[in-house]
Design a protein around this ligand. Structure first.
Ligand code: AGP
Length: 345
Protein backbone atom coordinates (compact mmCIF):
# COMPACT_ATOMS: atom_id res chain seq x y z
CA UNK A 1 0.00 0.00 0.00
CA UNK A 2 1.33 3.43 -0.91
CA UNK A 3 2.57 5.49 2.02
CA UNK A 4 0.69 8.44 0.53
CA UNK A 5 -2.54 6.48 0.88
CA UNK A 6 -1.77 5.60 4.52
CA UNK A 7 -1.13 9.28 5.24
CA UNK A 8 -4.36 10.35 3.48
CA UNK A 9 -6.29 7.96 5.74
CA UNK A 10 -4.67 9.38 8.88
CA UNK A 11 -6.02 12.89 8.34
CA UNK A 12 -9.32 12.82 10.29
CA UNK A 13 -7.55 11.69 13.49
CA UNK A 14 -4.53 13.90 12.99
CA UNK A 15 -6.59 17.04 12.47
CA UNK A 16 -8.28 16.45 15.84
CA UNK A 17 -4.93 15.90 17.56
CA UNK A 18 -3.34 18.91 15.93
CA UNK A 19 -6.08 21.17 17.21
CA UNK A 20 -5.95 19.70 20.73
CA UNK A 21 -2.20 20.28 20.83
CA UNK A 22 -2.35 23.86 19.55
CA UNK A 23 -5.58 25.50 20.68
CA UNK A 24 -4.14 26.96 23.92
CA UNK A 25 -1.12 28.26 22.07
CA UNK A 26 -3.39 29.84 19.43
CA UNK A 27 -5.36 31.64 22.20
CA UNK A 28 -2.07 32.93 23.58
CA UNK A 29 -0.84 34.10 20.15
CA UNK A 30 -4.13 35.86 19.37
CA UNK A 31 -4.04 37.70 22.72
CA UNK A 32 -0.57 38.93 21.90
CA UNK A 33 -1.56 39.95 18.33
CA UNK A 34 -4.55 41.90 19.60
CA UNK A 35 -2.23 44.02 21.75
CA UNK A 36 -0.35 45.06 18.62
CA UNK A 37 -1.78 47.13 15.83
CA UNK A 38 -1.46 44.56 13.03
CA UNK A 39 -2.51 46.17 9.78
CA UNK A 40 -1.21 43.60 7.31
CA UNK A 41 0.06 40.05 7.18
CA UNK A 42 2.89 38.63 5.08
CA UNK A 43 3.07 34.91 4.44
CA UNK A 44 6.07 33.05 3.03
CA UNK A 45 6.09 29.37 2.04
CA UNK A 46 6.91 27.04 -0.85
CA UNK A 47 5.08 24.25 -2.66
CA UNK A 48 2.16 22.75 -0.81
CA UNK A 49 2.83 24.97 2.22
CA UNK A 50 2.51 27.99 -0.08
CA UNK A 51 -0.98 26.76 -1.01
CA UNK A 52 -1.96 26.58 2.67
CA UNK A 53 -0.77 30.19 2.86
CA UNK A 54 -3.06 31.18 -0.01
CA UNK A 55 -6.03 29.61 1.81
CA UNK A 56 -5.08 31.68 4.88
CA UNK A 57 -4.83 34.85 2.78
CA UNK A 58 -8.46 34.54 1.67
CA UNK A 59 -9.66 33.68 5.19
CA UNK A 60 -7.81 36.55 6.86
CA UNK A 61 -8.94 39.08 4.29
CA UNK A 62 -12.59 37.93 4.36
CA UNK A 63 -12.94 37.27 8.10
CA UNK A 64 -10.55 39.88 9.53
CA UNK A 65 -10.47 42.55 6.82
CA UNK A 66 -6.68 42.62 7.08
CA UNK A 67 -4.79 42.67 3.77
CA UNK A 68 -2.45 39.71 3.32
CA UNK A 69 0.41 39.45 0.87
CA UNK A 70 2.35 36.42 -0.19
CA UNK A 71 6.06 37.16 0.10
CA UNK A 72 8.42 37.12 -2.87
CA UNK A 73 11.43 35.63 -1.02
CA UNK A 74 13.96 36.53 -3.73
CA UNK A 75 13.46 40.23 -2.85
CA UNK A 76 15.19 39.36 0.43
CA UNK A 77 17.42 36.42 -0.52
CA UNK A 78 18.70 37.47 -3.97
CA UNK A 79 18.02 41.22 -4.26
CA UNK A 80 18.92 41.89 -0.59
CA UNK A 81 16.29 44.61 -0.33
CA UNK A 82 15.12 45.41 3.21
CA UNK A 83 11.34 45.85 3.39
CA UNK A 84 9.25 47.90 5.78
CA UNK A 85 7.50 45.46 8.15
CA UNK A 86 5.96 48.15 10.33
CA UNK A 87 2.51 46.93 11.51
CA UNK A 88 3.00 43.55 9.86
CA UNK A 89 2.56 40.03 11.19
CA UNK A 90 4.85 37.54 9.45
CA UNK A 91 3.83 33.88 9.02
CA UNK A 92 6.29 31.30 7.68
CA UNK A 93 4.89 27.88 6.71
CA UNK A 94 7.08 24.85 6.04
CA UNK A 95 6.26 21.26 6.97
CA UNK A 96 9.96 20.43 7.34
CA UNK A 97 10.74 23.80 8.91
CA UNK A 98 13.84 23.80 6.74
CA UNK A 99 12.79 26.10 3.90
CA UNK A 100 15.87 28.33 3.68
CA UNK A 101 14.21 31.21 1.83
CA UNK A 102 11.26 31.27 4.23
CA UNK A 103 13.71 31.31 7.14
CA UNK A 104 15.67 34.25 5.71
CA UNK A 105 12.52 36.31 5.12
CA UNK A 106 11.30 35.49 8.63
CA UNK A 107 14.63 36.66 10.06
CA UNK A 108 14.37 39.92 8.09
CA UNK A 109 10.86 40.56 9.43
CA UNK A 110 11.93 39.70 12.97
CA UNK A 111 14.91 42.05 12.79
CA UNK A 112 12.45 44.86 12.17
CA UNK A 113 10.35 43.89 15.18
CA UNK A 114 7.47 42.17 13.39
CA UNK A 115 5.78 39.34 15.33
CA UNK A 116 6.57 36.05 13.62
CA UNK A 117 4.68 32.76 13.57
CA UNK A 118 6.11 29.52 12.17
CA UNK A 119 3.91 26.58 11.22
CA UNK A 120 5.99 23.42 10.86
CA UNK A 121 5.84 19.73 11.74
CA UNK A 122 9.03 19.82 13.86
CA UNK A 123 9.64 21.73 17.12
CA UNK A 124 13.40 21.53 16.60
CA UNK A 125 13.39 22.82 13.01
CA UNK A 126 15.28 26.05 12.15
CA UNK A 127 12.05 27.90 11.32
CA UNK A 128 10.31 26.81 14.52
CA UNK A 129 13.30 27.84 16.62
CA UNK A 130 13.67 31.24 14.95
CA UNK A 131 10.02 32.34 15.13
CA UNK A 132 8.49 34.13 18.11
CA UNK A 133 5.54 31.70 18.04
CA UNK A 134 5.34 28.15 16.72
CA UNK A 135 2.37 25.99 15.78
CA UNK A 136 3.27 22.33 15.39
CA UNK A 137 1.16 20.44 12.84
CA UNK A 138 1.51 17.35 15.09
CA UNK A 139 1.00 15.25 11.96
CA UNK A 140 3.61 12.63 12.81
CA UNK A 141 6.40 12.03 10.32
CA UNK A 142 5.23 12.44 6.74
CA UNK A 143 7.20 9.92 4.69
CA UNK A 144 5.60 10.29 1.30
CA UNK A 145 7.18 13.00 -0.86
CA UNK A 146 3.65 14.12 -1.72
CA UNK A 147 2.48 16.17 1.25
CA UNK A 148 -1.05 15.39 2.44
CA UNK A 149 -1.59 15.41 6.20
CA UNK A 150 0.82 18.29 6.78
CA UNK A 151 -1.15 20.38 4.26
CA UNK A 152 -4.56 19.88 5.86
CA UNK A 153 -3.16 20.42 9.36
CA UNK A 154 -1.47 23.66 8.23
CA UNK A 155 -4.80 24.85 6.80
CA UNK A 156 -6.70 23.78 9.92
CA UNK A 157 -4.32 25.59 12.28
CA UNK A 158 -4.35 28.74 10.16
CA UNK A 159 -8.15 28.67 9.99
CA UNK A 160 -8.40 28.20 13.76
CA UNK A 161 -6.04 31.13 14.27
CA UNK A 162 -8.34 33.27 12.09
CA UNK A 163 -11.48 32.05 13.89
CA UNK A 164 -9.97 32.87 17.28
CA UNK A 165 -8.67 36.24 16.10
CA UNK A 166 -12.06 37.13 14.58
CA UNK A 167 -13.97 35.77 17.63
CA UNK A 168 -15.98 33.72 15.13
CA UNK A 169 -17.56 30.91 17.19
CA UNK A 170 -19.64 29.70 14.23
CA UNK A 171 -16.49 29.19 12.16
CA UNK A 172 -14.88 27.28 15.03
CA UNK A 173 -17.89 24.98 15.08
CA UNK A 174 -17.52 24.42 11.36
CA UNK A 175 -13.81 23.73 11.73
CA UNK A 176 -14.53 21.15 14.43
CA UNK A 177 -16.68 19.30 11.88
CA UNK A 178 -13.83 18.97 9.35
CA UNK A 179 -12.44 15.62 10.64
CA UNK A 180 -15.90 14.05 10.23
CA UNK A 181 -16.26 15.45 6.71
CA UNK A 182 -12.86 14.06 5.72
CA UNK A 183 -13.76 10.66 7.17
CA UNK A 184 -16.89 10.55 5.04
CA UNK A 185 -14.92 11.37 1.89
CA UNK A 186 -12.37 8.67 2.71
CA UNK A 187 -15.12 6.12 3.48
CA UNK A 188 -16.70 6.86 0.09
CA UNK A 189 -13.42 6.93 -1.83
CA UNK A 190 -14.23 3.82 -3.95
CA UNK A 191 -16.25 6.19 -6.08
CA UNK A 192 -13.15 8.24 -6.91
CA UNK A 193 -11.09 5.09 -7.44
CA UNK A 194 -13.57 3.97 -10.13
CA UNK A 195 -13.74 7.42 -11.67
CA UNK A 196 -9.96 7.82 -12.16
CA UNK A 197 -9.99 4.90 -14.63
CA UNK A 198 -11.52 7.36 -17.07
CA UNK A 199 -8.36 9.51 -16.81
CA UNK A 200 -5.74 6.76 -17.00
CA UNK A 201 -4.26 7.90 -20.32
CA UNK A 202 -4.69 11.62 -19.82
CA UNK A 203 -1.52 13.60 -20.63
CA UNK A 204 -2.69 17.08 -19.65
CA UNK A 205 -5.57 18.77 -17.90
CA UNK A 206 -6.69 22.05 -16.38
CA UNK A 207 -7.87 22.57 -12.82
CA UNK A 208 -10.10 25.57 -12.13
CA UNK A 209 -11.74 27.15 -9.10
CA UNK A 210 -12.12 30.45 -7.34
CA UNK A 211 -12.04 32.25 -4.01
CA UNK A 212 -10.97 30.17 -1.02
CA UNK A 213 -10.66 27.18 -3.36
CA UNK A 214 -8.02 28.88 -5.51
CA UNK A 215 -5.55 27.40 -3.01
CA UNK A 216 -6.90 23.91 -3.75
CA UNK A 217 -6.79 24.41 -7.51
CA UNK A 218 -3.03 25.01 -7.14
CA UNK A 219 -2.63 22.13 -4.71
CA UNK A 220 -4.62 19.65 -6.82
CA UNK A 221 -2.47 20.48 -9.86
CA UNK A 222 0.76 20.06 -7.85
CA UNK A 223 -0.43 16.74 -6.41
CA UNK A 224 -1.36 15.42 -9.87
CA UNK A 225 1.90 16.68 -11.41
CA UNK A 226 4.20 15.06 -8.86
CA UNK A 227 2.38 11.74 -8.49
CA UNK A 228 1.20 11.07 -12.07
CA UNK A 229 3.51 13.24 -14.26
CA UNK A 230 0.41 14.55 -16.05
CA UNK A 231 0.80 18.19 -17.13
CA UNK A 232 -1.93 19.58 -14.87
CA UNK A 233 -2.27 23.36 -14.93
CA UNK A 234 -4.11 25.42 -12.35
CA UNK A 235 -5.96 28.68 -12.89
CA UNK A 236 -8.41 30.86 -11.08
CA UNK A 237 -11.68 30.77 -13.05
CA UNK A 238 -11.57 34.54 -13.47
CA UNK A 239 -8.00 34.41 -14.80
CA UNK A 240 -8.81 31.53 -17.16
CA UNK A 241 -11.17 33.79 -19.13
CA UNK A 242 -8.31 36.19 -19.86
CA UNK A 243 -6.33 34.15 -22.39
CA UNK A 244 -5.74 30.59 -21.14
CA UNK A 245 -9.23 29.61 -22.32
CA UNK A 246 -7.87 29.62 -25.90
CA UNK A 247 -5.97 26.39 -25.07
CA UNK A 248 -9.25 24.47 -24.69
CA UNK A 249 -9.75 21.95 -27.46
CA UNK A 250 -12.05 18.99 -28.10
CA UNK A 251 -12.14 16.51 -25.17
CA UNK A 252 -9.61 18.45 -23.08
CA UNK A 253 -10.07 17.27 -19.46
CA UNK A 254 -10.94 20.11 -17.09
CA UNK A 255 -11.69 19.71 -13.40
CA UNK A 256 -13.83 22.50 -11.92
CA UNK A 257 -14.33 22.99 -8.18
CA UNK A 258 -17.85 24.36 -7.80
CA UNK A 259 -18.93 24.37 -4.15
CA UNK A 260 -22.08 26.16 -3.06
CA UNK A 261 -21.34 29.72 -1.99
CA UNK A 262 -20.19 33.02 -3.45
CA UNK A 263 -18.14 31.43 -6.26
CA UNK A 264 -20.77 28.98 -7.56
CA UNK A 265 -22.30 31.24 -10.19
CA UNK A 266 -18.92 32.02 -11.68
CA UNK A 267 -18.08 28.28 -11.74
CA UNK A 268 -21.35 27.44 -13.51
CA UNK A 269 -20.68 30.10 -16.13
CA UNK A 270 -17.23 28.57 -16.77
CA UNK A 271 -18.56 24.99 -16.90
CA UNK A 272 -21.08 25.97 -19.58
CA UNK A 273 -18.47 27.87 -21.58
CA UNK A 274 -16.08 24.89 -21.41
CA UNK A 275 -18.78 22.51 -22.60
CA UNK A 276 -19.60 24.79 -25.52
CA UNK A 277 -15.91 24.68 -26.46
CA UNK A 278 -15.88 20.85 -26.40
CA UNK A 279 -13.98 20.28 -23.13
CA UNK A 280 -14.56 17.17 -21.02
CA UNK A 281 -15.66 18.57 -17.66
CA UNK A 282 -15.34 16.92 -14.25
CA UNK A 283 -17.30 18.88 -11.65
CA UNK A 284 -16.63 18.68 -7.91
CA UNK A 285 -19.70 20.10 -6.17
CA UNK A 286 -22.28 19.75 -3.43
CA UNK A 287 -24.90 21.38 -5.61
CA UNK A 288 -26.94 18.72 -7.40
CA UNK A 289 -27.93 20.87 -10.39
CA UNK A 290 -24.27 21.81 -10.89
CA UNK A 291 -23.11 18.20 -10.61
CA UNK A 292 -25.41 17.35 -13.54
CA UNK A 293 -23.73 19.97 -15.73
CA UNK A 294 -20.49 17.98 -15.78
CA UNK A 295 -19.69 15.02 -18.05
CA UNK A 296 -19.01 13.41 -14.69
CA UNK A 297 -18.80 14.64 -11.11
CA UNK A 298 -17.49 13.99 -7.63
CA UNK A 299 -20.04 14.86 -4.93
CA UNK A 300 -18.96 16.99 -1.99
CA UNK A 301 -20.65 16.09 1.31
CA UNK A 302 -23.74 18.22 2.04
CA UNK A 303 -23.97 20.98 4.59
CA UNK A 304 -20.56 22.58 4.57
CA UNK A 305 -19.79 26.25 4.09
CA UNK A 306 -17.62 27.69 1.32
CA UNK A 307 -14.86 28.29 3.90
CA UNK A 308 -14.75 24.60 4.84
CA UNK A 309 -15.03 23.21 1.31
CA UNK A 310 -11.25 23.53 0.64
CA UNK A 311 -10.61 20.74 3.18
CA UNK A 312 -12.97 18.41 1.34
CA UNK A 313 -11.62 19.43 -2.06
CA UNK A 314 -8.04 18.94 -0.86
CA UNK A 315 -8.66 15.37 0.26
CA UNK A 316 -10.64 14.57 -2.91
CA UNK A 317 -7.65 15.85 -4.93
CA UNK A 318 -5.21 13.77 -2.88
CA UNK A 319 -7.30 10.62 -3.40
CA UNK A 320 -7.67 11.37 -7.12
CA UNK A 321 -3.90 11.86 -7.56
CA UNK A 322 -2.88 8.86 -5.44
CA UNK A 323 -5.30 6.43 -7.12
CA UNK A 324 -4.44 7.68 -10.60
CA UNK A 325 -0.72 7.38 -9.87
CA UNK A 326 -1.04 3.75 -8.79
CA UNK A 327 -3.29 2.97 -11.78
CA UNK A 328 -0.61 4.37 -14.10
CA UNK A 329 2.00 2.10 -12.48
CA UNK A 330 3.83 4.95 -10.71
CA UNK A 331 4.95 4.96 -7.06
CA UNK A 332 3.27 8.09 -5.64
CA UNK A 333 5.66 8.11 -2.67
CA UNK A 334 8.79 8.61 -4.74
CA UNK A 335 8.21 10.99 -7.65
CA UNK A 336 11.10 11.14 -10.12
CA UNK A 337 13.57 13.95 -9.53
CA UNK A 338 12.13 15.01 -6.16
CA UNK A 339 13.17 14.66 -2.52
CA UNK A 340 11.05 15.02 0.61
CA UNK A 341 12.84 18.20 1.58
CA UNK A 342 13.61 20.75 -1.11
CA UNK A 343 15.82 23.67 -0.14
CA UNK A 344 15.63 26.82 -2.25
CA UNK A 345 16.97 30.25 -1.54
C1 AGP B 1 4.51 18.61 -1.61
O1 AGP B 1 3.70 17.63 -2.12
C2 AGP B 1 5.76 18.80 -2.36
N1 AGP B 1 6.52 17.61 -2.45
C3 AGP B 1 6.58 20.06 -2.07
O2 AGP B 1 5.98 21.08 -2.85
C4 AGP B 1 6.71 20.59 -0.64
O3 AGP B 1 5.46 21.00 -0.19
C5 AGP B 1 7.67 21.79 -0.63
O4 AGP B 1 8.96 21.35 -0.99
C6 AGP B 1 7.67 22.58 0.63
O5 AGP B 1 8.30 21.91 1.68
P1 AGP B 1 8.26 22.43 3.16
O6 AGP B 1 6.83 22.58 3.51
O7 AGP B 1 8.96 21.38 3.94
O8 AGP B 1 8.99 23.75 3.18
Amino acid sequence: MAQMWIEILEQPEILKRSLENNSKNINFIVKSLKEKNINHVIIAARGTSHHAGIYAKYLMEIKLGIPVSIAAPSVTTLYNKPLNYDGALFIGISQSGRAQDVLEVLKAAKTQGAPTIAITNFDDSPLAKEAEFHLNCSAGEEKSVAATKTFTTQMHLLAWLVAEWAGDEEFKKELSSVPGILKKIIDDSDYIEQLVKRYRFMTECFILGRGVNYSIVLEAALKIQETTYIRARAYSISEFHHGPFAMIEQNMPVLVFAPEGPTLESAIEMINKLKDAGADVLVVSNNQDTQKLGHCYIPLPDGMSDFISPFANAVISQIFACKLSVLRGINPDAPRGLNKVTITR
